[in-house]
Design a protein around this ligand. Structure first.
Ligand SMILES: [Fe+2]
Length: 202
């Protein structure tokens, strides 16, 4: 059956948790949905690459992919006037936007077996130097899954075309991510990501 038709027929309670969450995103903002799906696919490919190299032992690519797909779920709680604003945000609007990390955590954590994803959602805007949000965690206080999602998130955001600008090339985005190793991102994760993108791009 066609997925769209199925979605209309099935009562929402029969959909799994992730599908229900993504349904909310789809209704709110299709560009966030596209971003979430791309970050999820990139994260899964990255995890599979690391496992094939004997790294990230014990990491489940499907679980990481699901965590990545939910990372911006809290944006459904951000007012449209802020989320969809085409120009720069003022400080009050920025606070409302930044609240998506904690709001998403609240949405995901209550669901059983979702604590792994909940931590990715809550901490994907933390920075390695402690200057991120919502808690200002630093270094390896930041959960592994959030360290990973932060990089995949930034890479997708930089390479994506927007209405007002063309996306950067993967090479340019990678240079920017490397520049932010140790300040914004985990240096170990950045080195791994560079390896992955180089291998992927041949
Ligand atoms: Fe985010």
């Amino acid at each position: 059956m066609d997925a769209e038709l199925q979605r209309q027929i099935l009562p929402v309670e029969t959909l799994d948790f992730e599908s229900r969450m993504l349904d909310l995103v789809a209704r709110k903002d299709l560009s966030t949905l596209g971003h979430s799906n791309r970050v999820a696919e990139l994260t899964r490919e990255w995890a599979e690459f690391m496992l094939s190299r004997g790294s990230w032992v014990g990491v489940d690519p499907a679980r990481l992919e699901s965590a990545a797909r939910l990372h911006d779920i809290g944006k459904v709680m951000v007012p449209d006037a802020v989320l969809l604003k085409p120009g720069p945000l003022d400080p009050a609007e920025r606070d409302l936007m930044n609240a998506h990390a904690e709001a998403g955590y609240e949405m995901v954590k209550s669901h059983r077996n979702e604590s792994y994803a909940a931590l990715a959602v809550r901490h994907h805007h933390e920075r390695w130097d402690g200057r991120g949000y919502p808690l200002g965690l630093e270094g390896d206080q930041i959960p592994f899954q959030a360290q990973v999602v932060a990089i995949a998130d930034a890479f997708d955001a930089m390479t994506e075309d927007r209405v007002y600008r063309k996306g950067r090339s993967p090479e340019e985005a990678l240079v920017e991510i490397e520049r932010c190793a140790g300040s914004h991102f985990s240096p170990v994760r950045v080195a791994e990501f560079v390896q992955f993108i180089h291998a992927r791009n041949g």
